[in-house]
Design a binder for this molecule. Structure first.
Ligand code: FES
Length: 106
């Protein structure tokens, strides 16, 4: 069974931005798209560990602030030709509250 923890309010996360949550599983970035979808990825770029939470969200991708790799928020995969993957975590919004699970998605 998935264990959810309440980490933020949706309104506390800027649209096209992110908020970092420090957890027992490390720092996790919660992203919010213009359409108010939320995604959670480990806050480490698969390239050289840049803080993805500092990047700008375009559609369902975030651009790493260090070397501009684009990472798909829904899969954690880097956009080709770059290759790599950031761990994804389940996240959901219920009544404006953002819930996170610390069990990474397979
Ligand atoms: S560390 Fe993210 S693109 Fe290089």
């Amino acid at each position: 069974m998935t264990e959810w923890i309440n980490v933020a309010k949706l309104e506390d996360i800027p649209r096209q931005g992110a908020r970092v949550v420090r957890t027992a599983a490390g720092e996790i970035a919660i992203f919010r798209t213009v359409d108010d979808e939320v995604f959670a990825l480990r806050d480490k770029c698969p390239h050289k560990g840049g803080p993805l939470s500092q990047g700008i969200v375009h559609g369902k991708k975030v651009a790493c602030p260090l070397h501009d790799w684009k990472i798909n928020l829904d899969t954690g995969l880097a956009v080709a030709p770059d290759v790599g993957c950031a761990a994804r975590f389940p996240v959901r919004v219920i009544d404006g509250a953002v819930n996170l699970s610390l069990t990474p998605e397979a």
